[in-house]
Design a protein around this ligand. Sequence first.
Ligand code: PEP
Length: 254
Amino acid sequence: MRKKIIAGNWKMNKDLEEGMGLVSEISNMLRDEYQGSAEVVIIPPFLHVNAVSKLIADNPRLKSGAQNCSNHKSGAYTGEISAGMIKSCAATYVIIGHSERRQYFGEHNQWLAQKIDAVLEAGLTPIYCCGETLEERESNTHFAVLEKQISEGLFHLSPEQMMKTVVAYEPVWAIGTGKTASTAQAQEIHAFIRGLIAAKYDASTASEITIQYGGSVKADNAAELFSAPDIDGALVGGAALQSRSFVDIVKAMA
Ligand code: PEP
């Protein structure tokens, strides 16, 4: 059975004190209110990863992660953070290829493939983001765009490495816009991605891979999205910045 994962990406929000307060609230609420099966991942800015990991150490449901990492292990790369450093802060997940990294920082598939390798080599789990822009969807090129992102970013991996990778489908037109893909639209793409993985590897590898949906997931649309057979959780941005809205999304996952 593949894992259900709800991850909250804080992006560049929350100072240390605010972040610690938010994590404590989430941890307490989950203890009191959630008996479901999802793993819940807190993904703060780099500076807070160590403190978040320490704070959640007594709550086995909660894990921590980072929003990005270097493709290099160490060296003269001012301002960069390696996967090994993230691991040393007891985090277990790293987002790779978020659309904001692709759009504002020029991260392309070949570079992201190297980052995926760095994350896996450190023994961490990459959450590899893919998704089309509105223009690409309207011109009906979204399937080709997704195929390119998935194949160039991931298909150099061995089957064992692929099984350790999480994919997040995040249509760019739905991120931070309040527009969510309909459940049918999201399910169609998740099944398409799983089909690409099955064609490259095999059906049993594809059936083990967690594919999250991301793009304006809220407490009031989460349950419907999670009812789709190929949607295995969510990567949440805005709604992860408040304990109530984030925990209500988690509670939508059985
Ligand atoms: C995201 O940042 O990955 C995201 C999906 O953001 P939001 O939930 O705010 O659309």
